[in-house]
Design a protein around this ligand. Structure first.
Ligand SMILES: *[C@@H]1O[C@H](CO)[C@@H](O)[C@H](O)[C@H]1NC(C)=O
Ligand SMILES: *[C@@H]1O[C@H](CO)[C@@H](O)[C@H](O)[C@H]1NC(C)=O
Length: 294
């Protein structure tokens, strides 16, 4: 696995439910997820930024590479973004972000242990019209500060966030810029990206099934894989005699790296559960009826 992919997976595990939700049909979303940690490791750089188009990863940046690197299929779209400029922008954002994490740790006197700061922001278009925008931060999993574009102002949700608010509102123009970013720049960027990649976001890929056997001392298991599907929602399970097997073990739904997803479900074989009686069922929005295999 490439270093970037393992960094991405660690990010997904860390975030769980913070991963962008499904978008409604006919709507598109550009969103960014920033994560800073006080105690980086080999697989977890101190800062990571991931840009999404709907639920697909568009590009990834981290404090190790210091480069915004687009993923497939976006990397193949000549001209979709100036990646040199994007890298510089992310570098600048990294330093503000990490400075803020330091401020919060200083305020809370959190010098021990590992601390995490996360930011999510982005905008949505429906029928080519702005239909939502958000910009919020969390410290150690708790809401920290959020931008309200109607006031417009940063709304603190933690005592330490008052200091952040003061810094981010030190000049009136900062607040106006944040508002303009969410209401104008972000939708304009999204419109531009859609000119290049709308067909990829509208794609429908049916899953294919693959069944593998695994032998460990004392246990034989079979694993059913659903591969290369899009959109992300999927239902897969093992079936015996018309019933779902309760003891199955389910994997996460993970990006394959080219815009599609994969997942698996595995089962331990036993004398009363021989392989010949087990069928894997996959249901997906692209299928009229379940895919069944053995
Ligand atoms: C979408 O809206 C923008 C800005 O309002 C406009 O310039 C563009 O032509 C519109 N695109 C379509 C496909 O209607
Ligand atoms: C993604 O990659 C897999 C395997 O490498 C390939 O079978 C599939 O067609 C690809 N899908 C897209 C949308 O490129």
């Amino acid at each position: 696995m490439s270093k970037m992919m393992s960094a991405l997976l660690s990010l997904l595990l860390l975030l769980g439910p913070a991963v962008p939700q499904e978008t409604h049909a006919g709507s598109y979303r550009l969103s960014f997820l920033y994560t800073g940690v006080s105690r980086p490791t080999d697989s977890l750089p101190s800062f990571q930024a991931t840009a999404y188009l709907n639920d697909q990863i568009f590009f990834h940046y981290d404090s190790e590479s210091r480069k915004a690197i687009p993923l497939d299929p976006w990397s193949q779209m000549e001209g979709i973004e100036d990646w040199e400029k994007e890298s510089e922008l992310q570098q600048a954002r990294e330093s503000i972000f990490m400075e803020t994490l330091q401020d919060i740790m200083d305020y809370h006197k959190d010098r021990e242990g590992s601390h995490t700061f996360q930011g999510r922001f982005g905008c949505e278009l429906r029928n080519n019209k702005s239909s939502g925008a958000f910009w919020k931060y969390a410290y150690d999993g708790q809401n920290f500060i959020e931008f309200n574009k109607e006031i417009p102002a940063w709304v603190p949700q933690d005592p330490a966030a008052l200091i952040t608010k003061q810094k981010w509102e030190a000049e009136d123009v900062y607040v106006q810029r944040a508002k303009a970013y969410l209401e104008e720049e972000c939708p304009a960027m999204l419109r531009r990206y859609l000119q290049y990649g709308k067909t990829f976001l509208d794609q429908q890929d049916s899953p294919s099934m693959s069944i593998t056997s695994h032998r460990t001392p004392g246990e034989d298991t079979i694993k059913c894989w659903a591969i290369d599907f899009y959109p992300r929602d999927i239902d897969l399970h093992w079936n015996q005699g018309g019933n779902t097997v309760e003891t199955e073990v389910r994997g996460d739904i993970l990006p394959s790296g080219n815009g599609t997803y994969l997942s698996w479900v595995s089962l331990a074989l036993s004398p009363w559960r021989p392989r010949s009686t087990l069928f894997c069922h996959i249901m997906h929005s692209t299928l009229d009826q379940p895919l069944v295999g053995q």
